[in-house]
Design a protein around this ligand. Structure first.
Ligand SMILES: [Fe+2]
Length: 283
């Protein structure tokens, strides 16, 4: 069955297929200023209800393939302690993490989410909202558009993403908890800002903001520069998101260690492309 963007996105509200339309231009301007100020911007009811159901179904049919990981991890997504650093260094703060992904390589050829991720329209719209061009779809075959599953008791502690730009598409909310919290622009290329990161890890709430997402909402987010977390899932239902990602470097993928820890395996591409990051930031 061939898919069509108009059956997935509310194109009346968000005409991303026509970036010259006055309507989308003003939406892009708003997103741009949100992203500059706040590292993140939300587009309510971006996905149509029927498409949302299809996404929910495709994930639920493959829940047995979701890789769940439970481990203690630092904000830079390492599980290994670095004894050469001072004891109170943020890299030495380890937090509980219980989280799962349906890896992108598990998606069916006919997947609604995969189709959406691969459209030029979405790529160009996100690029315009970020005011960054070119951006690329992520070359990581496991992580590029994974479904995120947080089961009851699931928790995603403070961290930075390894890709620059993340979309978060809320599919199903938790009954309670599962709140996205973030600290805008806390680090930038060449400046880790460890002092400020340390404060947040130690419980300081001064920089912390919360974002409430409803099913169908799309969030555009600068996850590599913004410390963020998802609070513990309470109640009986799981929280489902899809997190398609875009990057500045079309070649780069996750490190083998990161891929194994978060996605359950590393592929040859993760070893072949395991080089230092050009922005000098840790992940
Ligand atoms: Fe993240």
């Amino acid at each position: 069955m061939s898919k069509n963007l108009k059956d997935i996105i509310d194109l009346n509200k968000y005409p991303i297929h026509d970036l010259n339309s006055p309507k989308i231009k003003s939406i892009i301007e708003k997103c741009k200023s949100d992203l500059e100020q706040d590292s993140c911007s939300t587009l309510p009811d971006f996905i149509l209800p029927d498409s949302l159901k299809i996404m929910n179904n495709e994930l639920e049919q493959q829940l047995n393939e979701v890789y769940m990981s439970k481990e203690s991890i630092n904000a830079y997504l390492y599980a290994k302690d670095d004894l050469s650093l001072p004891k109170d260094h943020p890299k030495r703060t380890f937090m509980n993490r219980y989280n799962g992904y349906l890896n992108s390589d598990c998606f069916s050829e006919n997947s609604e989410m995969k189709f959406l991720y691969e459209t030029e329209e979405l790529l160009n719209f996100v690029s315009a909202c970020l005011g960054v061009s070119p951006i690329y779809r992520w070359a990581d075959p496991l992580a590029c558009h994974a479904y995120n599953v947080m089961k009851p008791e699931g928790i995603l502690p403070w961290h930075f993403d390894s890709c620059e730009f993340t979309l978060s598409l809320m599919i199903q909310k938790a009954e309670k908890g599962g709140i996205f919290e973030y600290c805008p622009n806390i680090r930038e290329p060449g400046n880790e800002n460890f002092e400020e990161v340390k404060k947040v890890l130690n419980g300081d709430r001064t920089r912390v903001k919360q974002l409430k997402l409803e099913p169908g909402d799309l969030q555009i987010f600068k996850g590599r520069f913004t410390l963020h977390r998802v609070t513990k899932i309470e109640g009986n239902s799981s929280r489902y998101m899809c997190i398609p990602a875009y990057v500045l470097d079309p070649h780069r993928v996750n490190t083998p260690e990161h891929s194994k820890a978060i996605y359950g395996k590393a592929l040859p591409i993760h070893y072949e492309r395991n080089t230092a990051r050009s922005d000098g930031l840790a992940d």
